[in-house]
Design a protein around this ligand. Structure first.
Ligand SMILES: C[S@@+](CC[C@H](N)C(=O)[O-])C[C@H]1O[C@@H](n2cnc3c(N)ncnc32)[C@H](O)[C@@H]1O
Ligand SMILES: Nc1nc2[nH]cc(C(=O)O)c2c(=O)[nH]1
Ligand code: SF4
Ligand SMILES: [Mg+2]
Length: 214
């Protein structure tokens, strides 16, 4: 059984695939936070910007088979878009708690490229086409290679230098979304300064938040 918080068609807003049309499938639950505000300060990941509890979001629900969830995802991709390779991004919560090779294979059969946004603490199933790892504080990485490493910045317990030698094709700093807006501006300035001083790293602004889509 797969538990999905929400699923929607949008543009990838982050990292090297930013701007690409994508179906997002947000799995429920995470291994680093319960998702409850009362638990946030004690959590292993304390700055999450996402509600991933339950299955009550748009197009959310419980799916008993890979075929059923794949069909649900495919129904969100536009009809008649034959020139584009269909793209699905599994996120969460932590998608590697639920994503399995059977679901990936079922989506491959429908022509999809399969992307994952993970905190990197769990081993991935085989077959993922685009793997984005986003380290969280001191939580040890089980994944040390992939397509992109996208570090939310700044994190006192996770400086970029700690990840710069890992086997990723792209390295991004994503300014931490914090409120109020004045502090957010600060994280953007800090990330910009770091990328200019360390050109291995590129800036990832969360396009969907700026442009106002999902
Ligand atoms: C909500 S997470 C879900 C996937 C996975 N659990 C993870 O942490 O990568 C999706 C992406 O949002 C990023 N993110 C979470 N909270 C953020 C924040 N406050 N500011 C900027 N990015 C954030 C994560 O680092 C990750 O790259
Ligand atoms: N547009 C859009 N792009 C995203 N990239 C990563 C997201 C996520 O929450 O994992 C996300 C999201 O929620 N929306
Ligand atoms: S690991 Fe990802 S989903 Fe889990 S609490 Fe942190 S940012 Fe949110
Ligand atoms: Mg998000």
């Amino acid at each position: 059984m797969y538990h999905v918080k929400e699923a929607f068609y949008t543009l990838q807003g982050e990292g090297a695939q930013a701007g690409r049309a994508s179906v997002f499938c947000r799995f429920s639950g995470c291994n680093l936070w319960s998702g409850r505000e009362a638990d946030r300060a004690q959590a292993k990941c304390t700055f999450c910007d996402t509600d991933f509890i339950g299955t009550d979001g748009i197009n959310g629900g419980r799916f008993t088979s890979a075929a059923e969830l794949a069909a649900h995802i495919h129904a969100l991709w536009p009809q008649g878009a034959e020139k584009a390779v269909p793209y699905v991004v599994f996120t969460g919560g932590e998608p590697l708690l639920q994503l399995d090779s059977h679901l990936i294979a079922t989506l491959h059969d429908l022509g999809y490229e399969v992307a994952v946004e993970t905190n990197g603490t769990l081993l991935p199933p085989p077959g993922i086409d685009w793997l984005c790892v986003s380290p969280k504080g001191r939580n040890p990485l089980a994944i040390t290679r992939g397509n992109e490493l996208k570090l939310v910045y700044p994190q006192v317990d996770a400086p970029p230098e700690q990840f710069a030698d890992l086997a990723f094709d792209h390295f991004f700093l994503q300014p931490m979304d914090v409120s109020p807006l004045a502090l957010q501006t600060d994280t953007i300035v800090q990330a910009t300064d770091y990328c200019m001083a360390n050109p291995q790293w590129r800036l990832s602004l969360q396009m969907h938040k700026i442009a106002g889509f999902n």
